[in-house]
Structures are given as C-alpha cells and as structure tokens.
Design a protein around this ligand. Structure first.
Ligand code: SF4
Length: 360
C-alpha cells in the first residue's frame, strides 16, 4: 500500500500563499515563449493551440529552449496543423528533426499525428488519461497538455520542478528513484484554479530562480518555507544516483564520389531508428581487430586523425573514421550530396563523422 508522504506543517499552513505568490510572480515576470499564452493574453480570449504546445513539449524533452525553439518554428512553418504533419513523409520529419537527438521522439511524433487525424478527428483528447495513450506522450507531457490546453487540474512535474520540490522539502532520496515521491510532494501545492499557469510558473521558477547552481533564493517567493534555504545548502539537492556509462568502440567508413557520400539507413526501430549513418563496423566493448573487414569495398582506406566521441543515454561511443574516394557510385546505398546534407535524416553522430572525414 502506498504511504502518503509527510507534508510539513509549515507548508500545509501556507499552501494558498505559496500558490498566490508563485502565480503573482508569473503574472508579473514569467517567461514569454512562442508557444505559451501569457495570462494577459488569456484574459483577452487567446487560447493555447494544442498542436503547438504538444510539438514544443515533445521537442523540449532532453533539449534546451534555445536549441529547441528554431526546430519548433521550422516544424510549424512547414506543417502548420497536425493534419499536415500526419500527411508528411516520415523521412522528411526525421530530416527536420536531425540534430535534436532521441530520434524515437520524431518517429512517435509522426505516428501520434496520424493517430490524432485517424482516431480523434484531428483534435487532441482533453484529459490526462486519454493523452497518456498517445505514442511518445508520457506523464509529464500529458499533465502539461491537459493543464495548459484544456485547463484540467493536473500535477506538472519536470526536471526543474523536481529540483524545486526536493529543495523545498530538503528531500534527499536520490533521483531517478525518488520521482514518484517528488510528484507526491508537489501534488498538494498544485493549483487547480489556474493549473496551466501554475505549472508553467513552477517550471519557470526552477529554470530561472531555483537553478542547479547558485539559486537566487533572495528573490524566490517560496524561500520563507524552503527547508534547503533555511539549512543553507540548496545545491545539495536533488541527489542523483550516478550513472556509469560503458564505452563502446567501432569504425565507420566515409566513401566519397564526386561530392556525394555513401550512407545507409539504420533499422526502423531502436537507437537512431530510420536515420542515416556511414557504413559501420558493429559497436563493441573493444575496437574491432580488423576494422577494414567491415568496409563497404576494398579501397585505399585512409584512417583519419582523431576519433568521434558521442554520448548516448546508456553508453558512450568512440569511432575511428576511415575515408576513401571512388570514381563510380557502384555500391548500393544512399549517395547523399555533401552540400545538401540538411535534406537528409542525418543525426549529429553521423555529422561528426563526416566532418572528421572531410577535414582529413
Ligand atoms: S528558496 Fe532557493 S532553494 Fe528554495 S525553492 Fe527557492 S530558489 Fe529553490
């Protein structure tokens, strides 16, 4: 049986004030983001566009606002409505996504747009429970969309909110195991009258005031009850279980012919699914002893100086890069124009390998 977490008396007694002070700060100085409807605009009758909010939420998982915003703008310009995205060729979606990483998000984005078109008459469902059934929509995105777009009282908890809450309560149980505890600790404070504004206000507080280092407690509306502030050690929270990432090694082959480079498509499912890569050896715990046995052809392969390093969630990859020139495109694969790589679904890892090969 799940045990309710202990909410200290000082927080219980101040919940209305915590909500009001946070919302006041948001009304006065919350961030303006292109997909966000500010409270003053909402008063004028402006409503959030679920498609635009959904796109932003999917893109900003694991991505910063400055990095994700240009992608959001490009997607909306090319596919202004969910039906347009549903109709798009998936390879075009992957090409537009290239550089944002975590490519399962792009595959799910496309699949989800088609489900909205086919099963929901082109409109996003309004409840957290229904939203959670969509591919790529997890608890955070469902709660956020339900609150921001449909004014449903939900408990929005992202990484920023986890940090604020862990400090507010001085909760030192380490992430990620403590996720559900932190959600439960956040729940009693969540405002049900203005759920969307409250959620965005709290995320803003985490990203602009309760920052990972040097939090600005002196301007924080919650400092009067914050346990970590009182103890003088906010940066101690949240505690995290340290990940040790194994290292994998491999070799990739840049075969160039008349301004084109040979690439191949990765299997649809799994890591970098559906994206393009250079022909490659398997990625293993040690560098292959005879890397050229994996090369696509017998050429005068030249090993490039240096290595490509790339960090995935579960491992770090180090690649040796080999380069050769050929006169004929007589090997099966995708011969991509080097001057027009943006038109292809080329992930950052492949771009790094091509850059190293071309600088040789
Ligand atoms: S007082 Fe400081 S540590 Fe506490 S929530 Fe505010 S910014 Fe974070």
């Amino acid at each position: 049986m799940k045990v309710s977490p202990h909410i200290p008396r000082i927080i219980q007694d101040n919940i209305p004030k915590l909500r009001a002070d946070l919302l006041r700060r948001y009304d006065e100085s919350g961030r303006t983001l292109p997909w966000r409807v500010r409270p003053e605009d909402r008063k004028r009758g402006v409503v959030a566009d679920p498609y635009a909010v959904w796109l932003s939420e999917i893109m900003l998982q694991q991505t910063t606002v400055p990095h994700g915003t240009p992608y959001w703008e490009k997607f909306l310009a090319r596919w202004p409505a969910v039906a347009d995205l549903a109709r798009a060729d998936r390879d075009d979606v992957l090409a537009m996504w290239a550089g944002l990483g975590y490519y399962a998000r792009a595959r799910n984005l496309h699949k989800c747009a088609q489900i909205i078109r086919d099963d929901y008459d082109g409109s996003f469902p309004k409840t957290e429970k229904e939203l959670l059934k969509l591919p790529g929509v997890g608890p955070y995105t469902a709660a956020t969309m339900a609150a921001i777009c449909f004014n449903q009282p939900t408990n929005i908890v992202d990484g920023n909110v986890e940090r604020v809450i862990s400090r507010l309560y001085a909760e030192d149980a380490p992430l990620p195991k403590s996720k559900s505890l932190l959600r439960d600790l956040a729940a009693p404070i969540a405002d049900s009258d203005r759920p969307g504004d409250y959620g965005q206000a709290l995320m803003d507080l985490g990203s602009t005031v309760c920052t990972p280092t040097s939090p600005k407690c002196e301007i924080c509306p919650w400092s009067f009850v914050c346990r970590a502030f009182k103890d003088g050690n906010p940066e101690y929270y949240p505690q995290k279980i340290k990940k040790v990432r194994p290292v994998k090694y491999g070799a990739v082959f840049a075969l160039i012919c008349d301004g084109n480079i040979l690439m191949q498509k990765r299997p649809d499912k799994g890591l970098l699914g559906g994206m393009l890569e250079l022909p490659s050896s398997p990625w293993e715990q040690t560098m292959p002893e005879a890397p050229l046995s994996f090369a696509p052809d017998r050429k005068n392969w030249e090993k490039c100086q240096g290595q490509v390093k790339h960090v995935f969630t579960h491992f770090e990859l180090r690649l040796d890069v080999y380069r050769a020139e050929t006169k004929a495109q007589n090997i099966e694969g995708i011969w991509a124009e080097l001057d027009n790589l943006l038109a292809y679904a080329v992930p950052t890892l492949t771009k790094k390998a091509i850059t190293l090969a071309m600088s040789a």
